[in-house]
Design a protein around this ligand. Structure first.
Ligand SMILES: [Fe+2]
Length: 208
């Protein structure tokens, strides 16, 4: 391990989901940004499982892949609360991840999720992160306008309708949602249905 990536003490650094969650919550006190991280994680990990099946990975490799995807999703905006400007996010966070020894593939995917960095989304992880980032936020917004505020009550047709309603969840870039699905090679309806189902299955964790 290069000197500059070594932690302050001599104990080996954990780089697993628990460590990612710890880092996220150290840097992010806001409930909604933490929930955003969990929402993106939910969708990204569902795609990781699909990818692991497609590649017929043995158990240990499958677990490692799911963990990488989970950590990347949890940490993709971890610097945003402290450094929200285009000049700093996600560069500051990625520098910190490098210092802590988190893998290159993760850091590159995190840079790539912000199109203005110009870093190509050249891995399945990067394309998955980008495709799920805005959409999971949009699905959360769709749930929160339901009387029940429950993701279980959100239906594909109403999501499609709300995507066309420019006044609804203005902060979500429709262009990014469409581009994300296209880059991942999934049809938009299938992508929405897939992410919706993943979030519905984890509604308790997401508080939805
Ligand atoms: Fe995000």
């Amino acid at each position: 391990m290069p000197e500059n990536t070594a932690p302050n003490d001599s104990s080996p650094m954990r780089r697993d989901r628990a460590a990612a969650w710890e880092l996220l919550t150290q840097w992010t006190s806001g409930e909604s940004l933490r929930k955003h991280a969990l929402g993106v994680e939910t969708c990204v990990v569902a795609y990781a499982a699909q990818e692991a099946d497609r590649r017929q990975l043995p158990e240990a490799e499958r677990a490692a892949l799911l963990d990488l995807y989970a950590c990347t999703a949890l940490l993709h905006d971890f610097d945003y609360e402290r450094h929200p400007s285009l000049e700093e996010h996600p560069y500051v966070g990625v520098r910190e991840l490098e210092r802590l020894g988190w893998p290159e593939e993760m850091r590159r995917a995190i840079l790539g999720h912000a199109s203005y960095t110009g870093v190509a989304r050249d891995s399945h992880l990067a394309r998955t992160l980008f495709a799920c980032d805005e959409l999971s936020g949009f699905l959360t917004a769709c749930a929160l306008v339901k009387p029940s505020r429950a993701i279980a009550d959100v239906e594909l047709a109403s999501v499609r309708k709300k995507l066309k309603d420019k006044a609804f969840a203005r902060g979500v870039s429709r262009e990014d949602v469409l581009q994300g699905a296209a880059e991942l090679g999934v049809e938009l309806d299938a992508h929405i249905a897939f992410c919706l189902q993943a979030m519905q299955q984890r509604a308790g964790v997401l508080g939805l």
